[in-house]
Write a protein that binds this ligand. Sequence first.
Ligand code: ZN
Length: 436
Amino acid sequence: MSSKLRIVGYGRESTRDQARYGFNLDDQEKKIEKYVDIYYEDDTYEFKMIREEGASAKSLDRPKMNEILTLVKHKQVDVIVIHNLDRLTRRVKDLATLLEMFDAYSVSLISITEKIDTKTPMGRFFIFLIVLIAQWEQDTISDRTKRGIKESARQGNYAMLGAPFGYLRDPEDNHKLIVNDEEAKVVIRIFESIAYKDYSIRSLRNELKNENAGGRSWTDVAIEKILNNKIYYGTFSRFGQDYDNHTVPIIDKDLFELAHIRMTGKSTVQRKEYVYNNMVVCKKCGNVMHNHSSKSKNGKVHMYYQCTYCHIQVSEKEINLNCEALLTQELQKEKYFNDIEELKYKYDELTDILDKIPADAIKYDTDYSYLTGLLCRKQEDMVKLDRCLKILANGQEHTSFLGLPYSEKREFLQRTIETIVYDGKSKSINVRYLNS
Ligand SMILES: [Zn+2]
């Protein structure tokens, strides 16, 4: 077994590159060999050149790139040397994937032109930036996709797969929905049974199942999904926005709302959604306060936590009102603290490097043009870093505890909150955190 460093050079040329000086494969190979010869002692390494011909950098799926990836995954390479970064890929996202993978297998990447060595702090900082930027680009892309879907929804298109029960895709215009008369009868029956006939979801489910209504299998969730879908009164709901008069309605909005109110009181799923379940403690006796709910005249469900010994109770709404600001603050801290701290650290590190460059330059008598190039790049890094910080700060501003879905609220509370203490006498609420 050899303990020599295994260095692989990777060169790539597309058909278009061949005409450009410095980009054809022979030139790349010469530069890489020269670099390896200068920076590594003879007899301490094994060198192999991998040449990719006529392949574009638009995808990572290239024969020789696959060979590199196999070497990395089998730990048969320690260092990869390239002439410049776009020999690997032209896509930030692919570069991020590669850098993360090289990092995971302890492979260092050296790009001669950009003077990047991923084993140095600056190189690692570069990886960090690239990954952040790739993430940011992806988020922007998905925003764009969302905007496209919104525009399409505004035009009355049903931008989902298939069709909801009760509807068909319009054979004349596949993007639109038309009513399926047979299924629509079942939909009306579901809403009316819940709204007017005091059915429970379970009893309705059993009835529909026994009759094989609409020729589908019926579950509680399937019925709740129908009761929750605004499309039945003609409104398409997507990414938190409602598009009224979108589709031909099957029922009117009043029936929908009435059924909805009744269902909230009956649903097995909804009943469990006490956000502070098992966390509210009575200050007087120290017991955990139990969940219970009541319905007001208009059918609205109110959730409470009560102490059965002391006969006091507090509503979930009150706890929300009292704790939201605090919980949101904690959530924002938890979610963004590490990212922002790390960025700030890198920022300071970069400032230090920028400060030291002139002194180092005099000490090592560095070439002037190299120095200005380096300064320019570091300053660009600063600008990018600044942008990343702003993106993070913006995300932080828009995070709120009450805006989280139920399951995330629970998870967050379980890892941060010990108890919420309710004082029935002064009607005050106090949050006790874990580890504090
Ligand atoms: Zn009590």
